[in-house]
Design a protein around this ligand. Structure first.
Ligand code: SF4
Length: 403
């Protein structure tokens, strides 16, 4: 069985070589929020600016123990659980590393790069993500300046990651006082390298997903799609539910890393395209007209992908603390997923409580339904599609068998 594995998340890219004189600084970055989908950009960006790749360090995954040890007394005034957890990450970077950092870098990522760019109204971050850095910083300035006390420079620029030129200006202004002799040209080149590395990384995970689906197709076995925001990949925020499902024997794909091969998309979306319901496979205007928020847009897009892809027999929806941003999406996501019979289960209240027992019971429930219904779902979805594309050329017999 091929599983989608994520050991490379936050690993240091090997390809990025330092071409400039080394800048002897240690940069600490909190492993939070949209850093889960953009970390490869940031690591490469700093390496390109001459920071040793071993000196770009991320805080650990979220955990209750870390939160208690490093976040105590610093609580952010915010009801959003993923934002609340930022205090533990800041605290760890300031007080929990063997080798201290010089700079705590916590970008306020305002807009995100997205595969849906051009098809949606905007690719903005959740406003709470933006405010998260501010409210967390406030907790570390409550009784004196905890950054200065630790000898750390705090840098939290607003960054429009969907506009490289604007991002270059924002990052140059933020880092000029910190990195000696920095030039705007260096920052522009580092941004370009960062995006190239991010694309390469995303492509490699999409290829892994494609292989998982091919194997599922060859064996006529179901895969599960995890539908959440990037930080739900953090086991401390997503409570390791995806891992439990993998351990139960189901390959889990993430909506952020679905395969995008052209022939595959043509195959899946042919009926919707020829009915004129969508203009391209990336068009979500019929199911989500209010497409301003990047992660929300991609949730809806992945929900439809899952509803069409025969071997995704089940979707698990993640949402934290009954998040207000997610609430308007509950019905459209569920309706979209279930349109052709795909199973849908939701974990909508993930917060500090980590009820391992109830998660296990729910995973057993999902397993129960998959065992009984997955084959039928695969067959039904295959029957609704034409001949499979070349990239799934081994599927002809499966399709025949399903008819
Ligand atoms: S989308 Fe919801 S859970 Fe995520 S950061 Fe925004 S408010 Fe918090």
């Amino acid at each position: 069985m091929t599983l989608l594995t994520f050991p490379k998340l936050f690993a240091k890219p090997r390809s990025a070589e330092v071409v400039r004189p080394e800048r002897k600084l240690r940069i600490g970055i909190p492993r939070v929020l949209n850093m889960w989908s953009t970390h490869r950009f940031w690591t490469t960006f700093f390496v390109e600016l001459g920071v040793n790749r071993r000196s770009v360090v991320y805080s650990s995954e979220t955990s209750e123990a870390r939160q208690r040890e490093f976040g105590q007394g610093r609580a952010a005034v915010d009801c959003c659980y993923p934002v609340k957890c930022m205090t533990g990450h800041y605290g760890e970077l300031l007080h929990g590393l063997k080798k201290p950092i010089n700079v705590l870098f916590s970008p306020k990522i305002t807009t995100l790069p997205s595969i849906l760019q051009g098809e949606v109204r905007n690719t903005m971050s959740c406003p709470r993500v933006l405010a998260g850095a501010e409210s967390t910083k406030a907790g570390f300035l409550r009784e004196g300046n905890a950054f200065a006390d630790a000898g750390v420079i705090y840098v939290d620029p607003v960054v429009h990651l969907d506009e490289p030129k604007l991002a270059a200006r924002e990052l140059f202004e933020a880092l000029d006082p910190v990195l000696e002799d920095l030039t705007p040209e260096e920052v522009e080149a580092a941004i370009e390298a960062g995006f190239a590395a991010l694309e390469e990384f995303d492509t490699s995970l999409r290829k892994q997903s494609l292989n998982v689906l091919r194997n599922c197709a060859a064996d006529s076995r179901p895969a599960v799609l995890a539908l959440g925001r990037p930080y739900h990949m953090d086991p401390g925020i997503g409570h390791g539910i995806a891992t439990e499902l993998q351990e139960a024997g189901y390959p889990v794909l993430w909506g952020q890393y679905l395969p995008l091969e052209e022939d595959l998309l043509d195959w899946l979306y042919r009926d919707l395209l020829s009915a004129g319901r969508i203009r391209t496979p990336f068009d979500i205007s019929d199911i989500w007209p209010s497409s301003h928020s990047s992660n929300t847009n991609e949730l809806l897009w992945a929900a439809r992908y899952a509803s069409l892809m025969p071997w995704i027999a089940c979707v698990i929806r993640f949402s934290s603390y009954e998040c207000g941003m997610d609430q308007p999406t509950y019905t459209p996501v569920q309706e979209t997923v279930e349109a052709l019979g795909t199973l849908f289960f939701a974990f909508q209240d993930l917060d500090a409580t980590n009820p391992a027992g109830s998660v296990r019971i729910r995973v057993e429930t999902i397993d129960y339904y998959l065992k009984r219904r997955a084959q039928k779902i695969i067959e039904q979805k295959l029957a609704a599609l034409d001949t499979p594309p070349e990239s799934f050329s081994n599927l002809g017999s499966i399709k025949d068998a399903a008819q």
